[in-house]
Design a protein. Structure first.
Length: 181
């Protein structure tokens, strides 16, 4: 027991003097800078072409993610490559606010239970199979709906108490007039 403790103390002293024990605070961990657009290879520029205008303004960790996709790109099927580039083009057209909303929606969807994810996937497939005019009609309906802000109640606040005789429905009023002599 004492020998084990002695070895542990010696080991920690060695680590402390060698610099191995020095670690930065988790709040100070920084992703190293990624290459600027001008520093990318020709192959990287070809794959990342839809992001060319935004590349230098992307956060480092997002650049790292895209560079990881570029590294896997040659091993993808032609269909996967088309899908990825189509997603990049769509992403490049989004405003920063819409990109943030898309990230939040992705996080929310990713945290759903498996059965809810399956239900969401099924609804998306049903929507994808609709004719374009039907999709456009649904988009218009969604645009006209009020958007609920996070943190706000989804149900209306209860009405204040009132006296019974103060509220009359048209049906109640009609019933009174037909039953009176």
């Amino acid at each position: 027991m004492a020998k084990t403790r002695f070895v542990a103390v010696i080991f920690s002293c060695v680590l402390a003097t060698s610099g191995w024990a020095e670690t930065s605070s988790p709040s100070l961990v920084v992703t190293p800078p990624q290459p600027k657009w001008s520093e990318l290879t020709v192959q990287q520029k070809i794959v990342l072409a839809p992001l060319a205008d935004d590349w230098d303004s992307l956060e480092y960790f997002r650049q790292k993610k895209w560079l990881g996709i570029v590294a896997r790109f040659p091993t993808m099927t032609a269909e996967e490559q088309r899908r990825i580039q189509g997603q990049m083009q769509g992403w490049g057209k989004l405003s920063p606010e819409k990109r943030q909303l898309a990230r939040e929606n992705f996080k929310t969807a990713n945290q759903l239970p498996a059965e809810k994810k399956q239900e969401l996937k099924q609804k998306w497939e049903e929507y994808s199979n609709l004719p374009e005019d039907e999709k456009e009609k649904l988009k218009q309906q969604a645009a006209n709906k009020p958007v609920l802000k996070p943190g706000r109640p989804t149900t209306p606040a209860p009405l204040p108490p009132h006296e019974e005789a103060t509220v009359q429905t048209p049906a109640a009023t009609a019933a009174e007039t037909t039953t009176k002599p």
